[in-house]
Write a protein that binds this ligand. Structure first.
Ligand code: NAD
Ligand code: UD1
Length: 307
């Protein structure tokens, strides 16, 4: 049994991870400021420290005695990072450096492994799809730039300070508990809730932009497999399905699952929005021994069943 810290453990992805860790018998400590997450999401049996990851002393205290860290706390909305550049930089990049720094010694004189959330947003506009991990990193948003910064500092943490890590470049994650009421939430949760109530959905741009939508259970499987794979080489892996879906196709599929005829209204495209994003699953599947991903229609049924 290990003692693991999960930052952002009251959020969407973090809460599913904590539930899986508790279920397999680990002791789980969560650090979360409950800004976008909620106490109701806290896995039964996990302990909660309410605090800010951008405060290095809070991070250091939360990491005392742990065997490993999952660092998921961040501002996950690309649009919010565009609006609040400096504030989100402190949360999305400076806090990651605090986690890597504290991982050098958590009280027993040894470095502990860190698995942290990176993002497909680090790639920016792809030359070719699907994107593999060696594709050039040219982020278009403050959010993507900070996530790339996390990867660069993880490399420094490994080479200079002996801290083992793995960075997971999540593509567009969806599933139950992704807040459907926030305009900053993921598009699937927003569209599912609106279409299930027969309300129109608002599409930024023409709706032909594509995303690689990955179900949260597949993300949890990757997170669980990543901690034992942590190394001072600071490897990074895509977490995706390899399947592109346009927003218009997504709306059609949700309509079929809900049994409604979708009404669609178009709005101006978002600043910094990426046109096409689809990842290659090969490296992660091989290194982390991942099973084939859950099909979009099955994942959407789970979201609609949860609403
Ligand atoms: P989320 O907003 O549901 O979870 C983030 C959690 O972090 C919340 O519980 C929130 O309260 C907490 N938090 C935010 N700021 C904090 C702060 N300053 N101090 C302490 N806690 C703080 O988002 P999520 O979708 O679960 O994302 C988890 C991670 O995965 C993030 O790092 C995000 O950037 C990354 N990611 C998400 C996606 C996606 O599609 N959801 C894709 C790529 C990467
Ligand atoms: C998402 C994640 C981000 C992650 C990235 C990886 C969220 C909130 N953000 O960003 O953390 O790093 O994937 O690929 O999960 N859209 C609409 N109408 C809406 C909402 C969105 O048209 O009401 C459009 C957006 O303009 C965008 C697409 O849907 O083109 C996806 O948007 P969103 O779900 O916010 O995700 P990303 O910006 O791709």
């Amino acid at each position: 049994m290990a003692l693991l810290l999960v930052t952002g453990g009251c959020g969407f992805i973090g809460s599913h991870l904590c539930a899986a860790l508790v279920a397999r018998g680990d002791q789980v400590r969560v650090l979360d400021d409950l800004s976008t997450g909620s106490r109701a999401n806290l896995a039964r049996g996990a302990t909660l420290i309410v605090g800010k990851v951008e405060d290095p002393a809070t991070v250091q205290a939360a990491m005392q005695g742990v065997d490993g860290v999952y660092h998921l706390a961040a501002i996950a909305s690309v649009a919010r990072c565009t609006e609040a550049w400096q504030e989100t930089h402190r949360i999305n990049l400076s806090a990651t450096i605090s986690v890597l720094d504290a991982a050098r010694d958590v009280g027993h004189g040894l470095a502990v492994p860190v698995v942290y959330a990176s993002s497909a947003a680090i790639y920016g506009v792809p030359d070719i799809c699907p994107l593999d991990e060696d594709a050039p990193a040219r982020p278009l948003s403050a959010y993507g730039a900070d996530k790339l910064g996390c990867e660069l500092h993880a490399r420094v943490a490994g080479v200079v300070h002996g801290v083992p890590s793995v960075g997971l470049r999540f593509f567009n994650v969806y599933g139950p508990r992704q807040d459907p009421r926030s305009p900053y939430s993921g598009v699937i949760s927003i569209f599912c809730e609106r279409l299930a109530r027969n309300q129109p959905v608002f599409v930024h741009g023409d709706g032909r932009q594509t995303r690689d939508f990955v179900f949260v259970a597949d993300v949890v499987a990757a997170l669980l497999a990543a901690l034992p794979a942590a190394s001072t080489d600071a490897p990074v892996f895509n977490v995706c399905t390899g399947q592109p879906t346009s927003l218009l196709e997504l709306i059609d599929t949700i309509g079929r699952v809900c049994g409604t005829a979708p009404q669609v209204e178009h709005q101006a495209p978002r600043l910094g929005d990426i046109r096409h994003s689809v990842g290659s699953v090969l490296r992660a599947r091989q290194a982390l021994r991942l099973r084939p991903p859950i099909a979009l229609q099955d994942g959407l049924s789970a979201v609609i069943g949860w609403l």
